[in-house]
Structure formats: structure tokens, C-alpha cells
Design a protein around this ligand. Sequence first.
Ligand code: PBG
Length: 332
Amino acid sequence: MLPTVAPFPDARFRRLRATPSLRALVRQNTLSPADFIWPVFVMAGHDDETPVASMPGVSRLTVDRVVRAAKRAHGLGIPAICLFPYTAMEARTEDCAEAWNPDNLTNRAIRAIKDAVPEIAVMTDIALDPYNINGHDGFVVDGEIVNDRTVEALVKMALAQAVAGADILGPSDMMDGRIGALRQALESEGHQNVAILSYSAKYASAFYGPFRDAVGASAALKGDKATYQMDPGNSDEAMRLIQRDLMEGADMVMVKPGMPYLDICRRVKDSFGVPTYAYQVSGEYAMLQAAAQNGWLDGRKVMLESLLCFKRAGCDGILTYFAPEAAEILNG
Ligand code: PBG
């Protein structure tokens, strides 16, 4: 590459920072509501919601209110909403059968949204944790989280969601071989156009704490998820997982959590050039909100800055609980 920097004072970097117009002209990355996938928590009941204590500003919503949220999201230009169920404790079992019940909360919410706002893309979560008495993403047999039996259950769960009308499936379970099994089942059951956004590089992170409160999995969870989620010290493994999931038929890939893992986002985008997403997870949201509520950070500014930085790191989009608030600001 030719040298592009003249010696001072011919080059003065501050020239292009001097006014908002010049800064706008040279800005490489921008945010738009179309960059967001909005995760929402669904609960039973009617016209009701309960706040999640560890996620200020986030509530679990009944299906009718999720529909209202989807309408709002669509109106704001947010292309997708992602559903996470708060399953009643009685429906959590060792066999996790509620996960593929066609009338479970998620599937009812998918149908209700697709009825009312067919334009918005509905994404789901595929993992057994909201249905598992053990709080784990897979079946627990003699203390072990078993892989292959779990994958069979995930396939049943995915097909029920596809039948209900899900547009994007989000396997977040980190079992091996699940993307191939899901893709094959979707193809053979006539769901060729259902997309898979794989949680390919999902780390065993303490930043998921508030989410586990939101879906009621914190109390149930025995031990940790280190035998299936990634070790935070690893980077090459993330590349291998992304490649594996793409080879098995994933359409899009995700890195999770977000902010502490921006190096992984950049590597993924540079290495594969595929649609790449990051999940700004519950703990990241909670940190920023807590600091803002204490007056320690400017909540609005850190929200927008944190989201923009995902774009700079190579992400095409971000799953974020800030989606509606950020979209409102971006829409002026
Ligand atoms: C469940 C799942 C988790 C999240 C998304 N799907 C939690 C976990 O793996 O324990 C975390 C999302 C967040 O923290 O915002 N498989």
C-alpha cells in the first residue's frame, strides 16, 4: 500500500473532525433500526406484564402484548423479533416435552404475531433450558448433558416452531451436530425457507445471569454450562464452530456475548464474509442500565455507542434489548 499520511502540518487529522457534516461524510459505520433483532420474553396470561428485576426496562409480556410489541417493532423499522418463553414451573420436566408442544407459549406467540404482523420476521430460540427441570440446554443423564438424544429433541422443537410459522430458528444449545440435523429435518418436512441463525460461537458466560432470571432458569440450574458452551479463553475454536455450522447449513451465524467478544466478531466477518450477528446479552444490558440509573454513565449515549461498535467490529446486526429505544432515537 502507498503511504497515505503526509507529514504534519500537511496532514492534520482534525480537519475532517471539525464539523458534524465532515464527520458524517467520513463515518464508515452507521446504525439503523434495520440492524436490530429485538429479544422479548413471553409469559402466560392476558394483557399483562411483569418487570424483570435485573433488567430495568424489560418485562415479560403476555402473548397479546407480544403482538403489540411486534407491531411497534415493525412500525419502528425493526425487521425481527426473537421470542423467549417464561415457562410455568409445572411444565418443566426431565423429558422437556413442553418444548415441542404445538401450543406452548412460543408457538402461540409465533402464530399470533404472524396473524397480526406477517411482515416482521419471527425468530425463536432452540434449546431445552426453559422446559428442563434441570435448567440445562440438553437432557441430563447421570449428571451428564447428553448430546445426541438432545439433538433429536431439538429437531422436534424446531419442527413445531416451523409449523407455527417461525421465520428464523436460533439454536442456542451448543450441542454438536444440531445444525445438520435441523437443516435436514426442515428440508424433508417442507420448510425449505426457514432460516437458521446459529448461535455458533456461544461462550460459557456469566453475562447471561439476568436472562436466566427472566426465563426462570436461574434457580433450576445445577452446575454450569461449561461442557457445552465455549471456553472464554478460546478464539480459534470459534472459527472452527462457525465453519462447521456453515457447512451443516446455517444461513447466519452469531457470536455471544457481544461486547467482550468483538475480536471474535471481527475474525468471523473477515474469515467467512457471511451474515454475522452478535448478541448484546442480558448482562451487558444490565450493566449499562445500572450505571445509567446511578447517573454514572449517559445511558442514551452508551447504548448507541455500544451498538455502533458491533457494526464496526463487522456485525451485520445485533440482538439487543435496547432495540425499540435505540430505534426510536435513530428515527428521530
Ligand atoms: C438459552 C439461552 C441463553 C441466552 C439465550 N438463549 C442463556 C444461557 O445459555 O444460559 C442468553 C441471552 C442473554 O443473556 O441475554 N439457551
